[in-house]
Design a protein around this ligand. Sequence first.
Ligand code: MG
Ligand code: ZN
Length: 357
Amino acid sequence: MRYLLILILIGASTLAWSQSPENSSPERPKNIILLIGDGMGMSQVSVSFYFNENESNFNRFTNIGLIRTSSSAQLITDSAAGATAFASGIKSYNGAIGVNPKTESVPTIFELMSKNNYATGIISTSSVVHATPAAFYAHVFSRRMYEVIAANLAESEVDFIAGGGSKFFNARTDGKNLYDLFAARDFEIHTESIPETLSGKKQLIILAEDGMPKMIEGRGDFLPKSTDLAIDYLSKNKEGFFLVIEGSQIDWAGHDNNADYLIGEQLDFDKTIGVALDFAKENGETLVIVTADHETGGLTLSADGNDYNKISPIFSTGGHSATLIPVFTYGPGASSFNGIYENTEIFHKMMALLNKK
Ligand code: MG
Ligand code: ZN
């Protein structure tokens, strides 16, 4: 009787072990969608729950981790070093775009995956030459070198580009019109609105002179709509795709200490996450990662005075903070992102899952 019980217990635990997703061989995604909420710490994520009329899309993630975000030279990172950590897997100094502390170029995940015939895309609500998107395709020693970054983009392998920044392409100090370079490389260029249908050509969509308008000033559905279009376009590539989407102005709202601005940007980012997750759920081969480069504003969702039924967002700084940053994942390989680790591990975990050289 006693032996029988032991056998049953062994049998049950073996069954549980073999059925547990954590213990099965790691699944590999074909596609990765990385969404970066610039300046999005836990309080900003919490805004998605307390100031949202809809259910937050953050509820849909299956795995959560935390990252430390310090740069090579500073405890508190900026967006350039933060994005370089994600794009190239190295710690560099604040201001560095795709270069190491010696200012030498380091390969980015876009460049590495393009060699494996991956399609790549970048979308931001800042100009597309701003630090976060730039770190995925450019190599400059200072994030302020916007015109050089734009020239790097024109020579890059990126297939789908959407955001602001026309003045860095067609109103340059060197007099060049970079749109001509894109056109020569068979890009379709849109400067008025997001196209309704895809032509099959590579897409350059630049809809503002510099950053896109704020949500509270009428940006509308640019971010979710361009994300939907990018997924439509990139998913036609049979080798797979890598898409980066930045909610750039969560950071700017934090710098401005403007809660209404922040709420608009955070909820727009939340909605965009929903677009990515809807695709990933249906597609089954796509890993969605949502994280941030750092927190901005030192935001706290305090009680309004002694009224514990009312939240009054309060900022403690006009700059960035060092708080740990959450990483949310869904899809094949999602469990690889559990735990507490350095921001550079995002790159290494993605590369390990893609299993390409
Ligand atoms: Mg940014
Ligand atoms: Zn910032």
